[in-house]
Design a protein around this ligand. Structure first.
Ligand code: NAD
Length: 359
């Protein structure tokens, strides 16, 4: 799970946040301040059309409240679409706690946030996200039942990265079948950008499936770990786009598919866990024009969300695993429709999700 504690860059802050909210169909925006604990929190509920709005709680620094509100709103909208494309009985929401320079009492802060979530009566369910931990979720649970990703005694210890990696892997199997006509990954070459929580687990799965790996990370130690454990070749982060490979797997950060990087990509498929991979919507078409199959990020990286919902509903681990692996079929369906209609898979995914949300 990404734990970003440093300041976040918010792209293109709109001049008028409420006009933006209206234009993207936002439902509710809730703000809570608590002087005693220093809590300044925002809950953004984009949609509850398909069920309660579930989405993580970010705890990072922002320059100002407008940035924090915009971040919550744009991420909430993404959650609505991710839940809808995954056929989950959920809407989309997200929360942000503005991280103070000095945290006086972390437990008290998250308890206050838990009370805030509880006041919303279940229309919003919170979870772990950048800067928050499983322990924080346990604290929130003291005040509200509307929280998931609390601690568990399994291999993941509540970290959704395991399920996310399984989902990405399942989606890659579908993409490879569709684009390369292969039913396994043996001998295929993958370039992984970012070997953090998900990237490392992806490397592990791909290596076990017989794939050849090239990896990069800003943190050399993390990339080197993949070299030591999986025989991966390590390259400088700036060189990862030009690697001659079958699949490029972005598992680091958003906005990396853009006018500068797309012409460098040598892969036939782009499929990875990173959120908001397309720099702009038009870059989906740019990839299509180059004959590169792009698997929409929020379709392939939904494993963590699917697991979180399964746990919230007390589903068995077997059912949850099956539901995560179903990403394979969703990816295949989107690829087929994209080919039939000769349009970018990201547009296909948006159309299917929007139809489910708005009828
Ligand atoms: P992480 O922070 O554990 O790993 C990200 C890694 O990317 C870090 O090791 C970082 O050093 C590296 N990195 C940053 N910039 C880089 C660059 N320019 N080049 C190469 N490496 C770079 O995060 P994570 O939890 O593994 O998530 C990875 C991506 O997947 C994020 O975009 C996240 O939003 C998305 N995602 C994660 C989950 C999940 O369950 N963890 C679920 C859905 C989506």
């Amino acid at each position: 799970m990404s734990i970003e504690t440093s300041h976040v860059n918010i792209p293109h802050l709109p001049d008028d946040l409420l006009n933006y909210a209206e234009s993207v169909g936002h439902g509710e925006l809730h703000i809570k301040m608590d002087k005693e604990t220093g809590l300044r929190a925002i809950v953004s509920i984009h949609s509850t059309n398909l069920g309660p709005a579930l989405g993580g709680c970010r705890f990072i620094e922002y320059n100002n409240a407008s940035e924090a509100i915009y971040d919550a709103m744009r991420l909430a909208r993404g959650m609505t679409y991710k839940a809808a494309i995954s056929n989950l009985p959920l809407g989309g929401g997200k929360s942000v706690i503005m991280r103070p320079k000095v945290i006086r009492n972390r437990e008290a802060l998250f308890e206050a946030f838990g009370s805030f979530v509880n006041d919303l009566g279940g229309r919003y369910i919170t979870a772990i996200d950048s800067g928050t931990t499983v322990e924080d979720m346990d604290v929130i649970q003291r005040k509200t039942p509307y929280v998931t990703t609390t601690s568990r005694a399994d291999e993941s210890h509540g970290d959704p990265s395991f399920a996310t990696a399984l989902g990405v892997f399942s989606g890659i199997l579908a993409a490879v079948k569709f684009r390369l006509g292969k039913t396994d990954l043996d001998g295929l070459h993958f370039a992984i950008q970012g070997t953090g929580h998900v990237g490392y687990l992806m490397a592990k799965r791909l290596h076990a499936a017989g794939a050849k790996l090239t990896v990069c990370d800003m943190n050399m130690e993390s990339a080197q770990r993949c070299a030591n454990e999986f025989g991966a070749h390590v390259v400088d982060p700036k060189d990862i786009f030009q690697v001659e490979c079958d699949v490029f797997s972005p598992c680091a950060l958003g906005g990396i598919l853009n006018d500068h990087t797309i012409p460098q990509i040598k892969a036939k498929i782009v499929a990875g866990s990173a959120n908001n991979q397309l720099g702009l919507i038009k870059h989906g078409q740019t990839l299509l024009n180059r004959g590169i199959l792009y698997i929409p990020d929020y379709v392939i990286n939904a494993g963590g969300l699917i697991e979180v919902v399964g746990i919230y509903h007390n589903d068995s681990p077997e059912k949850i695993k099956k539901d995560v692996e179903h990403i394979h079929d969703t990816v295949l369906m989107i690829c087929q429709q994209a080919q039939e209609q000769n349009i970018d898979p990201a547009v296909v995914a948006d159309n299917i999700a929007a139809k489910r949300i708005y009828g």
